[in-house]
Design a protein around this ligand. Structure first.
Ligand code: F6P
Length: 544
């Protein structure tokens, strides 16, 4: 994917830079009065209506952004992704999360090998295993059915599955399939997270799924050892085989940990952690909770968007349009943040998931060829479901700063309520806010813009997920960065291991703190003055 020249040296980039002056003179109010403009800024695909008329763009702005896409070779880059080329060049890998939701008969190759049969081998295995657990034919060490699942994982091995689980929890069909079962997520290495997650659970009826692409992530591995202790101290070490399974690309380390390879669900290095929700990372815990057929529907929805992203013209391509608008907002208009505002409680965990997918992917300072970038990339993503956000941070968006917003609404509620005597149903009340807020922002006293999508609720999670994944890829392709590596986060891991070593030496051998700067030395010394509160051989039984 080598392209030594930076995109900011291209003519379309320079043209857009000049165009900013023109746009800055326009008030959104005036742009919104142009009906023809607004009409052409609505795109409906597969039940999803995107209305980007409240973005600070004219029709010719879109034309200019499309020229930028051409200069950035967006078409070729998408083709390379779908062809399995090693577009994650720093890690020398294909980027093929699209293969995770491809139909059985599709051919998608990485390094000359069709990967779709491997994907379906694992999906079939999940289907079979989850059916056995759910039906009670797979039992725990004491012969009881396993009705509760604790999924251990962090980052991409947690946020995507948590988002989907939350979205399905109140879907009537999914909820029906989950009756009598619990799915919990243990992510943080804080022992409080362990205590909260095992509170009320019985090891005899609990299945633990350890989810880690690398099977080396410090937080996940300590939590996995803690849960292994919880199970074996209650049921004996031989119970681990019945009560612990794993999802990983590192099958050797899984076996070394003591989990039966037969109960390990694989995925591959061409699946980035934050793009892994459609692999066994998400599919296994979700199938255990809801049954495989529900999860399969989810995969099909994401696959529809994969086809749309690949084949639709850029003028009507949702991820492409959204990606170009983000580039325009961040790089040209200089708005560093983006608020994700689903008017749907079921999408409560969407913003945290997108935070990782977006910020870990596109928060980069150098181009894919290693050249320092003279412009900003990535955006600061944050969000809360409406209407909660309105009573929290909207004031700043209304009058303090310009923050591009993604308003996401649904036509139907998963759980409709209409009280006798009320003017509108509860969902209509929610949606009144959804329709009012964007206009308040657009027409208010300061120039703001927003993006408004309207989506039927049952279609939301799977399609939204794939739209945002591809949108983020589009942004990275335009900026000319590698959206699929994450070298920045590695430094923190190295420093944490230095601190861990120090804590061990100080606690066990009373060694003084050394090798840190003044501030950290002082803080660590102060921390070590107090003895830890719990015995080191604690079996971590909950005290709550
Ligand atoms: O935080 C860095 C990271 O590598 C993420 O990219 C990843 O999602 C997370 O850690 C968890 O990694 P793993 O699945 O290997 O435990």
């Amino acid at each position: 994917m080598a392209s030594a020249a930076l995109i900011c040296d291209s003519e379309p980039w320079k043209d857009l830079k000049e165009h900013v002056n023109v746009i800055e003179k326009k008030h959104l109010r005036d742009l919104m009065n142009d009906v023809e403009r607004c009409q052409s800024m609505m795109v409906e695909i597969d039940g999803i209506l995107l209305d980007y008329s409240r973005q600070r763009v004219r029709l010719d702005t879109i034309g200019k952004l499309l020229k930028l896409a051409e200069a950035a070779r967006l078409r070729q880059k998408i083709d390379m992704m779908y062809n399995g080329d090693h577009i994650n060049s720093t890690e020398n890998r294909s980027v093929l999360h699209i293969a995770l939701r491809a139909p059985r008969d599709k051919v998608i190759c990485s390094d000359g090998k069709n990967v779709v049969p491997d994907v379906w081998y694992v999906l079939d295995k999940i289907k079979e295993f989850s059916e056995r657990v759910r039906s009670g034919s797979w039992v725990g060490a004491t012969g009881k059915a396993l009705k509760d699942v604790v999924a251990i994982g962090i980052g991409g091995s947690f946020l995507g599955p948590l988002f989907v689980h939350n979205a399905l929890q109140t879907d009537p069909e999914a909820a029906d399939c989950a009756r009598g079962r619990q799915l919990r997520f243990l992510a943080n290495v804080d022992p409080v997270d362990v205590a909260r997650n095992i509170s009320g659970l019985n090891p005899e009826t609990t299945l633990v799924v350890v989810v880690s692409k690398t099977f080396t992530t410090a937080e996940t591995m300590l939590n996995a050892r803690t849960m292994r202790e919880w199970i074996s101290s209650a049921l004996g070490t031989q119970a681990v085989a019945k009560h612990m399974v794993a999802v990983s690309t590192n099958l050797t380390l899984v076996e070394k940990f003591g989990i039966d390879p037969a109960n390990t669900f694989a995925f591959w290095d061409w699946v980035g952690g934050r793009y892994s929700v459609c692999s066994a990372v998400g599919v296994l815990p979700l199938s255990l909770q809801y049954g495989f057929p529900i999860v399969e529907k989810f995969l099909n929805g994401a696959s529809n968007i994969d086809n749309h992203f690949y084949s639709a013209s850029f003028e009507r391509n949702l991820p492409v349009l959204l990606g170009l608008l983000s580039v325009w907002n961040v790089t040209f208009l200089g708005y560093p943040a983006r608020a994700i505002l689903p008017y749907s409680q079921a999408l409560e965990k969407f913003a945290p998931h997108i935070q990782q997918v977006s910020m870990e992917s596109n928060g980069k300072g150098v181009s894919i060829d290693g050249i320092p970038l003279p412009f900003e990339t990535g955006e600061i993503d944050f969000g809360e479901p409406g209407t909660n956000g309105q009573h929290s941070f909207y004031q700043l968006i209304h009058q303090g700063r310009v923050v591009p917003c993604d308003f996401i609404g649904s036509i139907k509620s998963q759980q409709p309520i209409y009280l006798k005597g009320e003017v509108v149903s509860n969902h209509d009340e929610l949606m009144s806010n959804f329709f009012a807020q964007p206009d308040a922002l657009a027409y208010g006293k300061s120039p703001e813009q927003l993006l408004q999508d309207s989506v039927p609720d049952h279609l939301v999670p799977h399609k939204l997920l794939a739209i945002y994944e591809h949108r983020i890829a589009v942004e990275g392709f335009i900026w000319g960065i590698n959206s699929f590596d994450q070298w920045g986060v590695e430094l923190g891991k190295v420093l944490a291991s230095q601190v861990r070593k120090q804590l061990h030496l100080s606690r066990t051998k009373r060694e003084p703190v050394q090798g840190f700067n003044f501030s950290t030395t002082t803080l660590l010394t102060r921390y070590l003055e107090v003895e830890p509160g719990t015995p080191s051989d604690s079996t971590m039984l909950p005290r709550v």
